[in-house]
Write a protein that binds this ligand. Structure first.
Ligand code: ADP
Ligand code: MG
Length: 567
């Protein structure tokens, strides 16, 4: 039996680990399961290159609670460690990670954002355990098993163990202030959060299922009465994860139904089906896989819940993808998995990181490409989805210049008659009939079909097309389109009188005499606030409007932009 002292500058590291990691204790389980997974995958790799001869087909991990003994066990059938390897990997290497961490954050306040992503590894076990044991046996037959115990002081003991089965068992003697981790429901919750898609099956308890090999017989007694035999139940391992989630597969191997069922797997409480998906898959100049879904945003505007999840090699990291996924795409759902996203750094650093920038523009490009192909290949289907996806697209057009460029080709402008045009198509359609005296194309629009019904009817009666633009950010987008486009002006139907806006040869302002007009105007102005509305009398072509009251475009737009912020 060997005794040793872990070589570390800080006299007692564990109280420090506890203190600094306080807000994120739960990640210990993710770390230990990651190690167990690594050890299993390493063994599989050795088998694939012929360096390990045994069977590696059904390797799995197990998490076990021993409530009475106040212990939590994490067991794997991976490569295991010899005594020397325990010394090297646990005492030296694993500890250097912990030490480095403390060096870096000794003077910082408790910042859970950073800490959760640090990946302290093995030593995070001491956040919840007062003593940790490692029982391990290497895949190399000639090596004896090893038993390492450390009680939270820098002293450890390491001795030979007569462990027979290959692999490693980590035993945590749970501390009294962490007893929650002996609750089945709590462990279930953690496994479901962090390990749901890890690549090696994880057993947690057992469950009863109907025996698939037993077909209950129907028995007929002597009176001809039929009874069915009871279904035989059997006990099987309860595997908590799906080791082969959809995003790790090739798009060509997945049906539409499989994409949808993966969506349900990701968001079990989400009953609405996604509109469509985008499969991400790139390995140069960075590694990234994933599936993004466009949810129906009109009925589900709770973007705080069910967010995009970030994984690293199938281990859940966070659902805060700020800085990695452009803002306007954070309304989407799904998964991205990349080993190339640095996690142990602050968000502001992330935004400046070159690889992360590339990832963000790659995602933007893929989304634009997908929208563009939906538009080209199935315009009718795309038009039907427009109402649900427009917010994302319009927001993207405002915030990402590259996306704006691409979206010019697939952003739609519906009319009050439920027809859909691209910006270019609409210009083409209306330019002959809807220009002002300076040759600007006047794009008439409404944002509330009910409220502006009279104005719409009036414009239509005059033979004009009216767009129906009702997004909350539309005034910003209009501003942008006007500044980008040549000779285009938007005017809401209840702004200035149409006949004043649009040049018409035979324009006739009113059938009333000038004196009558002034008189009528005076009456109306007594009722409506002058500073907000302007009263204009116009020759009405429709039957239902005797006259109109308008609010000048610029006045209203200024107000709207103040309300929605930015400019
Ligand atoms: P990391 O996983 O980043 O290498 P850790 O502190 O988590 O750092 O683990 C340190 C090392 O200990 C691992 O690299 C590995 O060599 C060894 N190790 C930890 N857990 C196991 C295990 N279950 N089976 C085999 N080796 C392990
Ligand atoms: Mg690790």
């Amino acid at each position: 039996m060997a005794k040793g002292k872990i070589n570390v500058a800080v006299e007692n590291i564990f109280p420090l680990i506890k203190r600094f990691l306080y807000s994120d204790h739960e990640i210990f389980l993710r770390e230990l399961i990651s190690n167990a997974t690594d050890a299993t995958l390493k063994l599989k790799h050795l088998a694939s290159i012929g360096e390990f001869k045994g069977d590696v087909d059904n390797l799995q991990l197990e998490v076990k609670i021993d409530k009475e003994g106040k212990k939590l066990h994490i067991i794997d059938q991976g490569i295991g460690m010899s005594q020397d390897e325990v010394k090297k990997y646990i005492n030296d290497i694993a500890f250097s990670g912990a030490e480095e961490f403390l060096e870096k954050f000794k003077d910082e306040k408790n910042d859970s954002g950073i800490i959760g992503h640090f990946g302290l590894g093995f030593y995070s076990a001491f956040m919840v355990a007062k003593e940790v044991e490692i029982l391990t046996k290497s895949f190399k037959e000639e090596e004896a098993g090893a038993h390492w115990i450390c009680d939270g002081s820098p002293e450890y003991s390491l001795k030979k163990a007569d462990k027979k089965e290959r692999g490693t068992e980590i035993i945590l003697h749970i501390d009294d202030d962490s007893l929650e981790f002996l609750e089945e429901s709590r462990i279930n919750e953690l496994l479901n959060k962090y390990n749901k898609f890890m690549p090696v099956p994880i057993k947690f308890g057992t469950k009863e299922i109907a025996d698939p090999d037993h077909e209950p017989k129907t028995i007929t007694d002597k009176d001809g009465k039929e009874t069915k035999e009871a279904q035989k139940m059997i006990t099987v391992d309860r595997i908590i994860n799906n080791p082969n989630p959809a995003w790790t597969k090739q798009p060509s191997d997945l049906s539409d139904e499989e994409y949808k069922s993966f969506y349900r797997e990701l968001y079990p409480m989400q009953f609405e089906e996604p509109l469509f998906h985008i499969h991400l898959n790139v390995d140069y100049p960075f590694n990234l896989t994933g599936i993004l879904y466009f949810p129906k945003l009109t009925t589900n505007i709770d973007v705080q819940k069910d967010k995009i999840q970030l994984y690293q090699n199938q281990v859940f990291v966070t659902d805060n993808v700020e800085g990695i996924v452009p803002d306007f795409l954070q309304m989407l759902r799904g998964v991205i998995d990349s080993p190339d996203i640095p996690l142990n750094v602050s968000r502001s650093y992330l935004q400046a990181d070159g690889a992360v920038k590339k990832i963000s523009s790659y995602i933007t490009k893929k989304v634009a490409d997908k929208l563009s192909s939906l538009f080209k290949n199935d315009r009718e289907g795309y038009e039907k989805k427009w109402n649900d996806i427009k917010i994302v697209i319009e927001y993207g057009m405002l915030s990402e210049p590259k996306f704006f460029e691409k979206a010019q080709k697939f952003a739609l402008f519906p009319t009050t008659k439920d027809e859909y045009f691209t910006f270019e198509e609409f210009q083409e359609k209306t330019k002959a009939a809807q220009t002002d005296k300076d040759g600007n194309l006047i794009m008439l629009y409404a944002n509330d079909k009910e409220a502006q019904h009279g104005f719409i009817e009036e414009a239509e009666a005059k033979g004009y097309e009216v767009l129906l633009l009702d997004s909350p950010i539309i005034s910003h987008l209009i501003q942008k389109l006007e500044s980008e486009g040549e000779k285009v002006k938007f005017a809401r139907v209840d702004a200035d009188p149409i006949d004043k806006l649009i040049q018409k040869e035979d324009a006739q302002i009113s059938k009333l005499t000038d004196a009558d007009q002034e008189k009528l105007k005076g009456y109306i102005e007594e009722i409506v606030p002058k500073e907000k509305y302007s009263v204009q009398l116009e020759a009405m072509d429709s039957k239902s409007n005797p006259f109109i009251i308008t609010q000048p475009e610029f006045m209203r737009r200024m107000k709207e932009m103040q309300q929605t912020g930015g400019g």
